[in-house]
Design a protein around this ligand. Structure first.
Ligand code: ADP
Length: 264
């Protein structure tokens, strides 16, 4: 428990730091971009200024890419504007199955598993989709020789005992979306740093190290929590806990599939 508390305090601190840096960096970029755009407009009026325009174009694209990077950092530090709406997780899973399979290619077998009795959650659908895609691409990268990716959602109740041992998950009802692969797994060292922004074990150009930090920030901001279970040589399961959303009588009254801690 102590270790988990320390880990989440560390992530909190990194989040605040990266959020602050991202925010200031973005302001600076806005100044750079604004001036480039002004210069670009003026350069167009000068004859023979194609080189200048090209240079400005490159500079602008660089600044735009940097701006996109900071918005991902902001997602980690929970400052991103989200638009949370009730989500029927079963429909969501059915909706992404095909897309995931096409994105990952035929070497990876994709299976989504939901059920009609799943509770609703409240989250930003676009961000949830990005999170699942991020996790799916990581899974594919961990299975260079192919394998299986399962995205399964279950209803889960955390009781008092479980919450005492896992303070990041208060007692209550959750829909857990588990993204499981049969890939390489993570060493203890990788596990320890996996959520940190810019931590990557991939070749330069292959990974930014922002995928998992983005997922973490989004789920936290949605009132939930993320846990990683991984075993080297066997695979990884990343569990996204979203609090049950009790919307205007829309949620079907279903028993939880699991009552923690038995299910964990
Ligand atoms: P990136 O994918 O750009 O490296 P992430 O934050 O998504 O950034 O992941 C950080 C690191 O965590 C990865 O470089 C990899 O070492 C490890 N990782 C993430 N997902 C998995 C997975 N499903 N299986 C094995 N390792 C993983």
């Amino acid at each position: 428990v102590q270790e988990q508390l320390l880990a989440s305090q560390k992530l909190e601190a990194i989040g605040q730091l990266s959020g602050g840096i991202a925010h200031d960096f973005n302001n600076l970029l806005m100044i750079v971009l604004g001036n480039i755009e002004t210069a670009e407009r003026n350069a167009r009026q000068l004859a023979g200024s194609a080189n200048l325009q090209r240079a400005l174009g490159h500079a602008k694209r660089g600044a735009q890419r940097a701006a996109a990077l900071t918005s991902r950092l902001l997602a980690f530090s929970r400052r991103q504007a989200l638009d949370p709406r009730p989500i029927n997780v079963n429909n969501f899973l059915n909706g992404v199955q095909d897309f995931l399979q096409r994105t990952l290619g035929e070497r990876v077998e994709v299976q989504t598993v939901g059920s009609a009795g799943l509770w609703q959650i409240e989250a930003d659908t676009n961000h949830l989709e990005s999170a699942i895609i991020n996790l799916a691409i990581n899974a594919r990268d961990a299975m260079p020789d192919g394998g299986k990716l399962t995205v399964e959602a279950v209803n889960v109740s955390a009781d008092d005992d479980y919450s005492r041992a896992n303070p990041e998950l208060p007692p209550g009802q959750y829909v857990v979306i588990c993204v499981t692969d049969t890939g390489s797994g993570m060493t203890a060292e990788v596990l320890d740093h996996a959520f940190e922004p810019f931590f990557t074990t991939k070749e330069p150009g292959q990974g930014t190290g922002l995928g998992l930090s983005q997922v973490y920030g989004f789920v936290k901001q949605s009132g939930g929590h993320v846990k990683i279970y991984s075993e080297v040589g066997h695979g990884t399961s990343i569990k996204l806990y979203f609090p049950r959303h009790l919307g205007a009588g829309l949620a079907p009254a279903a028993e939880p599939d699991e009552v923690l801690p038995e299910g964990e």
